[in-house]
Design a protein around this ligand. Structure first.
Ligand SMILES: *Cc1c(COP(=O)(O)O)cnc(C)c1O
Length: 442
């Protein structure tokens, strides 16, 4: 009989060792590696509702929701059925099918975009939207905001948000923010500060005539949650006067903050929008869309080339349709998500304050970040001042108590419709003792 007591993460640890031998860093996307918070990542065996179950048999309350898509909770019956039904008809045709038309009809109806094109990830959506903006305007430069993340296309890996904030040695590195991105590409990306309307107005006044597009997160999730001020929103709008296109990257916020996305809630009118995450219901889907006169520049209608072997995949379309239909059928979901997340925000703030730990909680709908600092946090440079070591300790204390928070200070967490009273109570119970270990209050 085995007498040595193995760590309770033995199965995850063993898989991670194997993974590191065959995959860089042992993971297929950097933030999964727990580099910023220490310890080894949990390997997941299955997921249901608000829970992830790891290979050692621990059930954890999940606040990552696959980084956004799982707004209905994991393994939702309607989504599972839709995928199973689609599966009986084959997995990919390389020719058009009805699901693509139906999802496009639904997305255009909900968001106000006139035409959409489906791709396979958020990265592909933003990359394609920018090419389209350049093709349409005949201009080369783009503007992005410090700390916003738009996927990993070359020209967008410039001061690019959480994965880089978390894994880089320091913050505020100058462009490009990844090895392998030619300076020539990065130099076409002009970087401005989010929530700095004066800075944006100056940039547009000087160079607006050479700028094809401004791409932005309508609510930032990738530097932690940052909320756009009315003055900043007005500056974005006014920038359109110089003939550039406004591209709202709704990959995270689309169908998360409302059926109309963040722009619909905030009254922003972009020329193009990008989607991902929820639009695929947990399968790989991205999309971009907007003004018909712009979208008609896309091949085969227009001169801007963009294609995809698996784009509009029938299983992925079925999953996306199932999620969006469910959200449309029961719009009360957004109110319930808001209520849960606001209680979570209040509970975290009071647990932190009781323990004497400075915490600034930013929240919009079911997106939330607790910055380990006194705050307020409205800008990237302010977010970057958070106490990441304290966050890392708190993260680990939450994890051993069965709460799976996002493993980075600079991420939003996501609540799902499957999170209820029981999960809220357990989470806040865990938070009270996790903060207490930090504050030394007890
Ligand atoms: C996740 C994300 C992306 C990239 O999407 P992928 O599917 O990971 O390529 C782009 N923009 C925003 C705002 C995101 O949150």
């Amino acid at each position: 009989m085995q007498t040595t007591s193995l760590p309770e993460t033995a199965a995850s640890d063993a898989l991670f060792e194997r993974a590191k031998k065959v995959t860089p860093g042992g993971v297929n996307s950097p933030v999964r590696a727990f580099k910023a918070v220490g310890g080894t990542p949990r390997f997941i065996e299955r997921a249901h509702g608000a829970y992830l179950i790891d290979v050692d048999g621990h059930a954890m309350i999940d606040y990552i929701g696959s980084w956004g898509p799982m707004i209905l909770g994991h393994n939702h019956e309607a989504v599972r059925e839709a995928i199973s039904n689609a599966l009986t008809n084959g997995t990919s045709y390389g020719a058009p099918s009805e699901g693509e038309v139906r999802l496009a009809e639904l997305v255009t109806k909900l968001t106000g975009a006139e035409k959409v094109r489906f791709v396979n990830s958020g990265t592909e959506a933003t990359m394609s939207a920018l090419r389209l903006a350049r093709g349409f305007t005949g201009r080369d430069f783009i503007v992005k905001f410090r700390g916003n993340y738009h996927g990993h296309a070359d020209g967008l890996l410039v001061e690019a948000g959480s994965g880089l904030m978390t894994n880089a040695d320091g913050l505020g590195r100058s462009a490009p923010s990844s090895a392998g991105v030619p300076h020539a590409y990065a130099s076409l990306t002009l970087v401005a500060d989010y929530n700095d309307p004066e800075g944006l107005r100056r940039l547009v006044a000087e160079r607006g005539h050479e700028i094809a597009a401004i791409i932005f997160e309508p609510v930032v999730g990738n530097a932690g949650v940052l909320i756009p001020t009315p003055e900043f929103r007005a500056a974005l709008h006014d920038a359109k006067r110089s003939g550039l296109l406004l591209i709202a990257d709704e990959v995270m916020t689309g169908f998360r903050l409302s059926l109309k996305g963040a722009c619909g809630v905030l009254g922003i009118e972009p020329d193009l929008m990008c989607w991902g995450k929820i639009i695929g219901g947990g399968l790989p889907v991205g999309a971009y869309g907007g003004r018909a006169d712009v979208m008609d520049f896309v091949s085969p209608q227009g001169p801007v080339y963009q294609a995809g072997t698996l784009s509009g995949n029938p299983l992925a379309m079925a999953a996306g349709l199932a999620v969006l239909s469910e959200l449309e059928r029961d719009p009360g979901i957004y109110g319930r998500l808001d209520e849960y997340t606001s209680k979570l925000a209040e509970g975290l703030a009071s647990a932190a304050s009781e323990a004497g730990v400075p915490l600034a909680v930013n929240r919009v709908g079911s997106m939330l970040t607790g910055f380990f600092q006194a705050g307020p946090v409205t800008r990237y440079d302010e977010a970057a001042r958070s106490d990441t070591a304290a966050f890392a300790t708190w993260f680990r204390e939450m994890l051993v108590r069965g709460v799976y928070w996002a493993p980075s200070q600079f991420e939003s967490i996501f609540v799902s419709a499957a999170h209820g009273e029981r999960e809220l109570d357990s989470t806040l119970h865990a938070a009270v003792s996790a903060f207490a270990t930090l504050g030394g209050a007890r």
